[in-house]
Design a protein around this ligand. Structure first.
Ligand code: 2HA
Ligand code: ZN
Length: 284
């Protein structure tokens, strides 16, 4: 690894010093600490700019090539940092090179070119189809979009056992749990049916929901979140998880007072957000 400074020779640096590697190592550690990524649970992918990568890595040196599950012409030439398949989030911080990879989608969209990491024959996350398809859909709506994140956020997952999976009703309940929820995810959350993970089918279903929502629930499994930055995608999931935690603490108790529909409307107005139509009127 090297970095270049104006008027200087390249300097060798450690992976931990590269900002986009460091950020992935830190976020995966935090997700594990929250208990959302037991064993090899969870995966993250983040789009990087070519200049950002070229500052630290030799973008002309392809270490290995992979075949994606399907051609991704829409992402041709894009650079990504991704978590590796079967890798434990708790270990990333001590061995970024073994657990993360930087790759580029080839110019024809039919191959993945490994530029760094995934050492000892590791391969990208098993949920790459869902990540790629979600990136494609989010980029169409939001040119600033960069990050897709999946984990097994505990209370969110628990809530999918006891709450109706109607996405408007589910969102409405979450909005009622914490005052700021409607501001953070006014676009609501999408919910897909239970499906086998890792498949192109679940990827397609997730991406379909990503056309309208930045967060998508996988019942009895976990959540996908998207954003312009790692902080944004993480913050979105963190906010949903906090609301789900409150729900799981109070749902079985007698409710004395709640956030009313009028208050949710007032909040949206005060913060200048438009709640996704149909949610405020959803019956639970
Ligand atoms: O193993 O979380 O959904 C990583 C996963 C698959
Ligand atoms: Zn999972």
């Amino acid at each position: 690894m090297y970095t270049t400074m104006p008027d200087q020779q390249p300097i060798r640096i450690q992976a931990e010093q590269i900002p986009f590697i460091r950020e992935m190592a830190k976020i995966t550690r935090n997700m594990w600490r929250f208990g959302w990524d037991e064993r090899n649970g969870g995966n993250v992918s983040c789009i990087l700019d070519e200049q950002q990568v070229a500052q630290y890595l030799d973008i002309h040196h392809v270490i290995r090539r992979f075949e994606p599950a399907f051609p991704v012409h829409e992402l041709a030439g894009r650079y990504f940092i991704v978590t590796g398949s079967g890798k434990y989030f708790k270990n990333v911080i001590d061995d970024p090179e073994g657990n993360l990879g930087v790759l580029r989608v080839s110019e024809n969209g039919e191959q993945l070119e490994l530029l760094w990491g995934l050492s000892n024959g590791a391969v990208p996350t098993s949920e790459l189809p869902a990540h790629f398809m979600s990136h494609i859909e989010r980029l169409k709506i939001d040119p600033q979009h960069r990050v897709v994140m999946h984990n097994h956020a505990t209370h969110t997952l628990a809530m999918t056992f006891v709450h109706t999976l109607d996405e408007n009703a589910f969102t409405r309940t979450l909005w009622e749990m914490c005052t700021e929820c409607i501001v953070v995810f006014s676009d609501g959350i999408g919910v897909i049916p239970w499906m086998v993970p890792g498949s192109s089918e679940i990827g397609r279903a997730t991406a379909q929901k990503m056309k309208e929502h930045r967060a998508v629930l996988w019942p009895q499994h976990g959540i996908f979140g998207a954003g312009a930055t790692i902080d944004e995608a993480f913050g979105l999931i963190e906010t949903i998880e906090k609301a789900a935690q409150i729900y799981m603490k109070i749902a079985h108790l007698p409710i004395q007072q709640r956030i009313t529909e009028q208050q949710l409307t007032d909040l949206a107005q005060a913060f200048g957000v438009t709640p996704r139509p149909g949610i405020l009127k959803a019956t639970i």
